[in-house]
Design a protein around this ligand. Structure first.
Ligand code: FPP
Length: 245
């Protein structure tokens, strides 16, 4: 696909795009600190980048896009910062139709029960209203942890075995995977982490078993569609063998 980058040069995106891209939206705090601003300003800018990148992924035809907005560990942050992130999240959820458009399924990854009831209701409503849409799936991880995802799925399956609905010998990798928060969404092909850190931080650990990782020093609020093009082009040049030769 030929598109124009910000530098107005024509870029040809590879024919075979990743089916699932996951973003760890890191570096908001440092972005704000560099400007002598409170961390919450960094998150506000980061949320704008989220919206821009989400829209661009849809425009170029990425089928599944995940964003790590809040982890099970992020509750340890100062109360003011946690509240600012949740407030932003609320704002963006209310505005969601303006940036997801038609045909986008919304899935929230993580335990919603930690949030206020109105927010939980809104999230459940959005999932319900969009559940049959398939042009693209946007997955927003809030109060999410990869280990928690696996424990949660295990508990559901254990209950089923206990009730006699399922035999333990019928539990396969595919069946297990369908009980993760990501449901039927395919594995992550490309995991992007900006801001210079090179780790997965408990994000989609099962689903990234064969993901390609792309790291860049750019801080998330500065991450642009050109940067995403670079990541996609690099992804296409890698040889993926999935354990084969
Ligand atoms: C990590 O950067 C970022 C977060 C913990 C929060 C991400 C949240 C948003 C982008 C806004 C809310 C999301 C939506 C979908 C509206 P950091 O704070 O760890 O940065 P640092 O490593 O520079 O300190």
């Amino acid at each position: 696909m030929a598109i124009f980058g910000k530098k107005k040069t024509e870029i040809t995106l590879p024919e075979k795009l990743p089916e699932h891209i996951a973003f760890i939206m890191d570096g908001n705090g440092r972005w704000a600190k560099k400007r002598a601003m409170p961390r919450k300003f960094g998150h506000r800018e980061g949320a704008k980048t989220f919206k821009k990148i989400m829209r661009y992924c849809k425009d170029i035809g990425i089928k599944n896009v995940s964003f790590y907005a809040f982890s099970t560990e992020n509750w340890k942050r100062p109360k003011e910062e946690v509240e600012a992130i949740i407030e932003l999240f609320r704002e963006y959820i209310l505005d969601v139709w303006n940036y997801i458009g038609e045909d986008v399924r919304v899935l929230f990854l993580g335990d919603k029960t930690f949030f206020d009831e109105d927010l939980q209701n809104k999230m459940n409503e959005l999932e319900e209203e969009t559940k049959n849409r398939r042009e693209m799936t946007m997955l927003l991880a809030i109060n999410y942890g990869g280990r928690d995802d696996i424990v949660h799925a295990s508990k559901v399956l254990a209950e089923k075995v206990k009730n006699g609905e399922l035999r333990s010998e019928d539990i396969t990798e595919d069946l297990f995977q369908s009980y993760l928060y990501t449901l039927d969404v395919p594995d992550v092909d490309l995991m992007i982490r900006p801001s210079g850190e090179q780790r997965i931080s408990n994000f989609l650990i099962w689903q990234s078993a064969y993901a390609e990782f792309y790291f860049t020093d750019i801080l998330w609020p500065d991450f642009s569609t050109d940067d995403l093009n670079d990541a996609i082009i690099e992804f296409a040049s890698r040889s993926r063998r999935f354990g084969g030769v």
